[in-house]
Write a protein that binds this ligand. Structure first.
Ligand code: FES
Ligand code: FES
Length: 163
């Protein structure tokens, strides 16, 4: 990228306006981790296969390793750091992952938590099949998925308590 100029990109991350100098084809993942310092978003495959880098962009779950920085200009991005409960504690989904062992090495966890939120936004009583489908783009090499499914079930209960 030596002869390509950086450009100034404005975006909103976790409700805060940010301006970063980035190469147009720099990955949103790197903008978040390297330029802004939000390292909660993880890199797994770097090829759009594992979901470790998932973030919400304009309300849609995306793999940030596949999003060029220029495409994120003027976008609203939410990372795992922005998924906090009122009062800045862990939200119901994060607590469930903690309590039910859905997070082990943690590489997939931010992406899994965002994917679980994405599911629970529209379906508060997901079946096992719903969960499998919703989390199909997020790979985990540690848990065997059972603990993740149990965590999502508990997340539903936590959300009932919160509402
Ligand atoms: Fe982006 Fe794997 S790091 S999908
Ligand atoms: Fe290690 Fe999922 S907890 S990859």
């Amino acid at each position: 990228m030596a002869d390509v100029a950086k450009c100034e990109i404005e975006l909103v991350v976790n409700g805060e306006s940010r301006s970063v100098a980035a190469y147009p084809m720099e990955r949103l993942l790197d903008v978040l981790r390297e330029d802004i310092g939000l390292t909660g978003t993880k890199e797994g495959c770097g090829e759009g296969e594992c979901g470790a880098c998932s973030v919400f962009m304009n309300g849609r779950l995306v793999n940030s390793c596949l999003v060029p920085a220029l495409q994120a200009a003027e976008a609203e991005v939410t990372t795992i750091e922005g998924m906090v409960a009122e009062g800045a504690g862990l939200d119901g989904v994060q607590r469930a992952f903690l309590e039910y062992g859905g997070a082990q090495c943690g590489i997939c966890t931010p992406g899994m938590v965002l994917a679980a939120h994405n599911l629970l936004r529209t379906n508060q009583e997901p079946t096992r099949e719903d969960m499998k489908e919703a989390l199909a783009g997020n790979l985990c090499r540690c848990t065997g998925y059972m603990k993740i499914f149990e965590s999502v079930v508990q997340a539903c209960r936590n959300m009932e308590v919160a509402s």
